[in-house]
Every structure is written in C-alpha cells, then in structure tokens.
Write a protein that binds this ligand. Structure first.
Ligand code: FCB
Length: 448
C-alpha cells in the first residue's frame, strides 16, 4: 500500500460517527416497542451474560449524544432505526411513539448541524417476523419495503440519507450458520435464502424510498474484507477455500447490487428461492456504497468443515485486535481499490471502522493511544485510495459512546466516549479529542 502523498482531506469530506439502535438505545420495554430477535437471544450466549437494556442509554440521553457529536465538529451521525419500535409486530399497526423518538433525534441533530444518516436494518428483526421464518421467508423482504416506505413517508421531509442494510453477510452467517448472533440458527442450508431475501429486501426498499421522496441519498452498507488464504503445503486448496468464501461474503452482495448477478458459489445456494425478475429488482443505482472495515479474513481448506472451508488464524507475528484479528490497513486499501476496479468506482462512504479496547469487564481505557494509532493508519489507507482515484466521500467512526457489542456484551468497547452505566457519566477519551481535531482541520497528523 502506498503512503499518502499528502495528509489533507478535502474540505467537503464528511466526518461522522456510527451506532446502531439495539446496541445503543437501551429502554427496550418503553413506549410500545415490540421485541426483536436480539431481545429473545439467550443471555447465556453473551460472553458477559449481560443484556442491552441499558446499553449507552441513548433512548433517554440522545441529547447528550447530539451534543458530543456537534461539540466534536462532526458533520454526520449514522444511527439505526429499530423496526420493532415502529412496527412492533413487523407488519401490523404503526407505533407512533416509536416514530416520535426518531423524529426527535433527527430534529436535534439538524438543529446542531449534524446530518442524520439512518440505517433501516441493523440486525434487530422484529421477533414476530422471525416466528414466520425471518429472512428465510420471502415475505420478510416485502414487509421490509413497507417499513422503509413508512419511515420515508413520516420522516423523509427531514431525513435525507439512508443506509438500507447493515452488513447482510454478517447477519446471514453469524445469525444463521454459526449461531453466534440472533436468531441463533446453525443451519447452513438457509444461508442462500437468507442472503437472497436480504438482497431482495434491499432492492425493494431502495425502490420504495425513491418513489416516496425523490431527493433522498440512498446507500447500503457491506462488511467487505479481503479473503486471504493460509499459506503452507495446502496453499492451493486454501486458495480455493478463500475464493469460495470471498464469493459468499463479498461477491454475494456486491455482484447482485452492481451487476445483477450472483457469483457461482452463491448462485448455487440461492437457486431454490430465486424468482424471475428478482435480479432486476436487486440491481439498483445507489447514492453511495457504505464500506465497513475492521480486518482481513484468513481462510483454509478443511475436509471435515462445512463446505470444506474454515477460518484460519492471522499470520504469526502480526499485530492483532481485541478479537484476535490482524490489524491491517492494507486490507482496507485493497478493498477500496477492488470496489473501484470491479464495480465501476461508485461513490463510497466508510460507514464503520474502529477498534475495541482489549476485552475487559472493567472501565474503559481513557488514554486510548492504540485507538488513535489504529484510526490514523486506516485513514492513511483511505487517503491513499482517494489519491488512487477512489471516490470516497466520508468516514464514520464506530462508535461514538461505548455500547453493547452483541455476543461480547459490554466487555468490548469501541467508543470515542466512555459510559459508566451505574452513574450515567460519559467521559471523553483521548481519541475523541484527536478525532475532533481531525474533523475540524481535515489534516491527518503524523509524518508521511
Ligand atoms: C460491525 C457491526 C457493528 C459493530 C461493529 C464492531 O460488524 O456492524 O454493529 O458490532 O462491527
């Protein structure tokens, strides 16, 4: 990866922070909210045995979040809308109190000059829809489009930026094959239907959004990562495994959206649910592609693993994050160039990037120099990619305030700001100040 030629980002580059409803809001049982699949996911499967009933307490304290964003000079906030706050059973009556919360949040952001970016689905499917098959059921895609339409009808006069799906690959694989995430299924046989119905939902929702309000900027977010093969004597077989994984993880979402086709491995998996016209519905122009990046993946061949593919450890001697993944900004650079070269150089926004404290049940690290280093390195990758012609318009840090990190519970902390759940006190970390200076000046510190 080349070093950036200069360290000044353009003045119109969007600096923001990202979060999601279930991880951040808390207040799960108020104002008519219905349960999502994460409400019923067993607590025993969460590493620290916690639930998200407090989280970052943002349902009650969204005003503090808005102040933190605005005071830091951030120009945008990506949050997600909880489907089951708005349509508690997924497809029936509308819950006005749920809609009101997002209207208040949007208005508070706009009042402080922070552009709201709303993700419509960040993994918290209404439990009522899961009971009817969830994403294995084609009907969920239609319900999703109706919910997207409802949100735009009510909020589209003020809320102009949408991220339709968050990381459909993660939701498909971790929620339905490994069982690490809700809905906790361990059935590789449903992977194809879950992939396809999310893609279809995305296409239908993009159409619905555009039909409701023509001036919306509609994107969608993918968890893109290079799929690298473990070396060694089996490296040829490992290459096949890595390529197969790449088709299912990256290609199964990029290709349908930008080309209207599936790569061959996922094509075989979706055939049973694919209907005439689906690929035309899925292939939609987007205002931007959201790229989330944390680390590359390593894969290898294993005769005894499902589909003969299994994750491999990162090469020895490399720097690791709290999840034991390779800290490698060149993976982000490689991903951005791939999007440029293989998918027609669409406008891209980095919708998530960041790193966790080392896992701990104790308080957050406030002097988080490791986070500043991680961000600086990854932003160098973004800048180099821009200098290479990639059309990248913004960078959203994951996340603003420490929150509830899915299967890890509270032991993983990604925030620029710490949150004490007993006292409610929020404490700005060193990275908050660093990121704030960057957002104001656009100048990345450190020598080239
Ligand atoms: C991403 C998710 C986000 C958060 C970060 C750490 O995969 O989109 O909700 O869990 O990882």
């Amino acid at each position: 990866m080349p070093a950036p030629r200069d360290r000044q980002f353009p003045a119109n580059f969007i600096w923001g922070a990202a979060s999601s409803a279930f991880q951040t809001e808390g207040s799960l049982d108020v104002d008519g909210r219905g349960p999502s699949i994460w409400d019923v996911f067993p607590r025993e499967r969460i590493h620290d045995g916690t639930d998200a009933s407090v989280a970052a307490d943002s349902y009650r304290r969204y005003g503090d979040d808005v102040a933190l964003l605005a005071d830091a000079g951030l120009k945008a906030y990506r949050f997600s809308i909880s489907w089951s706050r708005i349509v508690p059973d997924g497809s029936g009556a509308v819950n006005e109190a749920g809609l009101d919360y997002y209207a208040r949040l949007v208005d508070a952001l706009l009042a402080r000059g922070v552009a709201p970016y709303a993700t419509l689905f960040h993994w918290d499917l209404p439990q009522a829809l899961q009971e009817r098959g969830g994403w294995t059921n084609r009907e969920t895609a239609e319900r999703f489009a109706a919910y997207a339409d409802l949100v735009t009808q009510r909020l589209g006069d003020r809320l102009k930026h949408f991220v339709v799906l968050n990381e459909a690959a993660v939701h498909a694989a971790l929620g339905h094959v490994t069982g690490m995430h809700a809905p906790g299924l361990t059935d590789a046989g449903v992977l194809g239907p879950v992939i396809h119905h999310q893609n279809l939902a995305q296409g239908l929702a993009i159409q619905a959004l555009r039909a409701a309000e023509s001036d919306l900027i509609v994107g969608t977010t993918m968890a893109l990562m290079p799929s690298r093969a473990e070396g060694g004597v089996l490296s040829w077989f490992n290459e096949q495994a890595a390529n197969g994984f790449d088709e299912v993880w990256n290609g199964a979402f990029l290709d349908p959206l930008f080309r209207g086709t599936y790569p061959s491995v996922p094509q075989g998996m979706v055939e049973s649910v694919l209907r005439d016209g689906d690929m035309e519905t899925i292939r939609q122009p987007v205002g931007f592609l959201g790229v989330n990046y944390y680390a590359p993946s390593y894969m290898r061949f294993n005769l005894f693993a499902p589909s003969f593919i299994e994750p491999a450890p990162a090469p020895s001697g490399t720097e690791r994050d709290a999840f034991d993944r390779h800290v490698d900004p060149s993976g982000l650079y490689e991903t951005l160039l791939r999007v440029r070269d293989q998918y027609g150089n669409p406008p891209v926004i980095i919708t998530e990037n960041g790193c966790s404290d080392p896992f701990s049940d104790g308080p957050a690290v406030i002097e988080d120099q490791f986070r500043i280093d991680y961000l600086r390195q990854h932003l160098e990758a973004v800048k180099s990619a821009m200098e290479g012609g990639c059309d990248i318009g913004g960078y959203f840090h994951w996340t603003l305030v420490d929150n509830w990190e899915w299967a890890e519970g509270y032991r993983s902390k990604f925030g620029l700001v710490a949150h004490n759940r007993e006292t409610g006190v929020r404490t700005e970390k060193a990275s908050y100040r660093w990121f704030s200076e960057l957002a104001r000046s656009g100048a990345l510190d450190g020598a080239v």
